[in-house]
Design a protein around this ligand. Structure first.
Ligand code: SF4
Length: 58
Protein backbone atom coordinates (compact mmCIF):
# COMPACT_ATOMS: atom_id res chain seq x y z
CA UNK A 1 0.00 0.00 0.00
CA UNK A 2 1.18 3.48 -0.82
CA UNK A 3 -0.24 6.49 0.96
CA UNK A 4 0.09 9.98 -0.40
CA UNK A 5 -1.21 13.37 0.64
CA UNK A 6 -2.00 15.53 -2.35
CA UNK A 7 -1.94 19.30 -2.78
CA UNK A 8 -5.53 19.67 -1.58
CA UNK A 9 -4.44 19.30 2.06
CA UNK A 10 -5.48 22.29 4.18
CA UNK A 11 -3.55 21.22 7.28
CA UNK A 12 -6.64 20.70 9.43
CA UNK A 13 -5.02 18.02 11.60
CA UNK A 14 -7.82 15.46 11.42
CA UNK A 15 -5.61 12.71 10.01
CA UNK A 16 -3.05 13.17 12.77
CA UNK A 17 -5.79 12.99 15.41
CA UNK A 18 -7.07 9.72 13.93
CA UNK A 19 -3.76 8.07 13.01
CA UNK A 20 -0.77 9.80 14.56
CA UNK A 21 1.58 6.91 13.89
CA UNK A 22 1.38 7.68 10.18
CA UNK A 23 0.36 11.32 9.81
CA UNK A 24 1.97 14.41 11.24
CA UNK A 25 0.82 17.86 10.30
CA UNK A 26 3.40 20.58 9.85
CA UNK A 27 1.63 23.07 7.65
CA UNK A 28 0.40 20.19 5.57
CA UNK A 29 0.22 16.50 6.43
CA UNK A 30 3.35 14.39 6.17
CA UNK A 31 3.29 10.59 5.83
CA UNK A 32 5.53 8.29 7.83
CA UNK A 33 5.80 5.60 5.16
CA UNK A 34 7.45 3.06 7.43
CA UNK A 35 4.39 2.97 9.71
CA UNK A 36 1.77 2.53 6.98
CA UNK A 37 1.73 -1.26 6.79
CA UNK A 38 1.02 -1.68 10.50
CA UNK A 39 -1.67 0.99 10.60
CA UNK A 40 -3.86 0.46 7.56
CA UNK A 41 -7.11 0.52 9.54
CA UNK A 42 -6.56 4.03 10.82
CA UNK A 43 -5.02 5.16 7.51
CA UNK A 44 -8.29 4.24 5.81
CA UNK A 45 -10.29 5.93 8.55
CA UNK A 46 -8.19 9.08 8.16
CA UNK A 47 -8.62 9.01 4.38
CA UNK A 48 -12.39 8.73 4.81
CA UNK A 49 -12.39 11.57 7.32
CA UNK A 50 -10.22 14.04 5.44
CA UNK A 51 -12.53 16.98 4.62
CA UNK A 52 -10.91 17.61 1.24
CA UNK A 53 -10.12 14.05 0.17
CA UNK A 54 -6.38 14.73 0.15
CA UNK A 55 -5.28 11.29 1.35
CA UNK A 56 -4.75 8.88 -1.51
CA UNK A 57 -4.40 5.18 -0.72
CA UNK A 58 -3.20 2.99 -3.55
S1 SF4 B 1 -7.17 15.37 7.26
FE1 SF4 B 1 -6.74 15.90 5.10
S2 SF4 B 1 -6.74 18.15 5.01
FE2 SF4 B 1 -6.58 17.56 7.16
S3 SF4 B 1 -4.35 17.59 7.55
FE3 SF4 B 1 -4.93 15.49 7.01
S4 SF4 B 1 -4.59 15.31 4.79
FE4 SF4 B 1 -4.63 17.51 5.32
Amino acid sequence: MAVKVNDSCIGCGACESICDAVFSVDGVAQVNESAVADNMDCVKEAADSCPVGAIEVE
